[in-house]
Design a binder for this molecule. Sequence first.
Ligand SMILES: Nc1ncnc2c1ncn2[C@@H]1O[C@H](COP(=O)(O)OP(=O)(O)O)[C@@H](O)[C@H]1O
Ligand SMILES: [Mg+2]
Length: 144
Amino acid sequence: MVKNILVAVDGSKPSIDASHFAMGLAEQMSAQLTFLFVIETPQVIPVGPLSGYVTTSSARSQEDVKKAEALVEQIAKERPGLKVSTRVELGEPVDVICEVAKTLGADLVVVGARGHNAAQRFLLGSVSDRVVHHAPCPVLVVRR
Ligand SMILES: Nc1ncnc2c1ncn2[C@@H]1O[C@H](COP(=O)(O)OP(=O)(O)O)[C@@H](O)[C@H]1O
Ligand SMILES: [Mg+2]
């Protein structure tokens, strides 16, 4: 039985489509949904032995967090009958998605086939591809 669905959203059209698919599924299965938006933190670049590390500008990521929160809350509001929660995390998207799936005890992860780089020739984006490989539970890749 599917009772606890994690939906990964990056704000792209395919991820919004995947969210709608997941909401329909959750309704049919009386499952609860968690929408997760991962704000990708730039890799930490060692710039020299004494100069420490270049890290994210916190102002920039604060703004990103607000936008991401607004987006996931907007999606969640569309079906008031559903049991929905939203999360925004900073980090490496694949690692965070798999980690959150594990800690939530999700029994299904839903992703879009593509994200913001849909023009590329591959059928799957690199995030969806790696989530399929590394998630601790079944993964549904929504293609349109
Ligand atoms: N930062 C992210 N946070 C949450 N989910 C994401 C993130 N990036 C990608 N995803 C999920 O993975 C799907 C595929 O995106 P991705 O693999 O990045 O494709 P693309 O290469 O086209 O950007 C998205 O539709 C979304 O469900
Ligand atoms: Mg992407």
